[in-house]
Structures are given as C-alpha cells and as structure tokens.
Design a protein around this ligand. Structure first.
Ligand code: THU
Length: 160
C-alpha cells in the first residue's frame, strides 16, 4: 500500500475589482443571469456566464420545479445551452455567483458535484481546460484553472 496526495492550486481574489477586466464583465453577466433565477423553493439564486472562444457569452440560472429533482442548476443550464448553441466553439471561462433571499452569501459558492461532472465532459470534448471563477453575492472570488482542480479523479469516456 502507498498513499498519494491530490492537490490543486486555486487563486483567491479579494473582490471583483481585482479580477481581470474580461472576467469582471463576465461576472457582471453572471450576476444579471442570477437575478433571472427561477428558485421559488430554495430562494437560492445562482447565475452562470460562459465565455466562448468566439467572444460570445452564454448565460443561465437555476430553474426549479415543484417536483424538486426535475429542476436544474445554473451551471448546467448554461453549459448545455452553450453546447447546443455553439457545438463547435470552445468554452474558455465560466463565472458563477449565488445569493440567497434568506441570508447574505459571502463565501464563494462552488459548482455542485453534478455540475462539475457536466463541466468536465466539455473539457474532455474540447481538449482544453475551462477557467472557473466562483463567488457568493459579494466578497472573495475563487479561480480554478480547470475543472480537474475541483473534481479530481474525473470519470470520463476513457473508462467506458
Ligand atoms: N444550485 C445551482 O444552481 N448550482 C449549484 O452548483 C448548486 C445548487 C441551485 C439548485 C437549486 O435550485 C438551488 O441552487 C439550491 O440547491
């Protein structure tokens, strides 16, 4: 038996003002998308904005349902839309933000496990990493250079 250690380098930005200009713009689009969230059950609004290699931005928000599992997270709403609208164009960056109607979300909110798996599929498809920036409503922003930094031991098509 031997042990291995899996680690990831993440970057922490103190505020939106510290982000590169294009990411600030992308985060602004994510915030706008977040406010279009349909989340009457959780009152937790999530927005995602995706920058494509052709400069287009695709956004999405979480869409809930009275049958709870039928709803979808913001990240998958956005990335499936990007895949459907621009199947041949690579995704370069994603900006994510969340806020609650019940309390102030000051901690950066990472994508859930299912969304990480969905994002991983597109990284594998396009053979290029996707930068992921995530924040709460305000405060610090975390940057991952690739979904593999958030989802080690990815299950991909090589196992099929
Ligand atoms: N949610 C997202 O949109 N993205 C995530 O990564 C985590 C959770 C949504 C799903 C649900 O509408 C609400 O947040 C509460 O879980």
């Amino acid at each position: 038996m031997k042990k291995i250690t899996i680690s990831a380098d993440l970057e922490i930005y103190d505020s939106e003002a510290e982000l590169p200009n294009d990411v600030q713009d992308l985060m602004t689009e994510a915030i706008e998308a977040r406010e279009k969230s349909y989340s009457p059950y959780s009152k937790f609004k999530v927005g995602a904005a995706i920058l494509m290699e052709n400069g287009e931005v695709v956004t999405g928000s979480n869409q809930e349902n009275a049958s709870y599992p039928a709803g979808l997270c913001a990240e998958r709403t956005a990335i499936f839309y990007a895949g459907a609208k621009y199947p041949e164009i690579k995704i370069t960056k994603m900006a994510l933000t969340a806020r609650s109607e019940n309390h102030q979300v000051e901690v950066p909110t990472p994508p859930c496990g299912s969304c990480r798996q969905a994002i991983a599929e597109y990284e594998v498809k396009q053979e290029q990493p996707i930068e992921i920036y995530f924040m709460g409503e305000k405060g610090k922003i975390v940057k991952a250079n690739s979904i593999s930094d958030l989802l080690p031991l990815i299950f991909d098509n090589s196992y099929l």
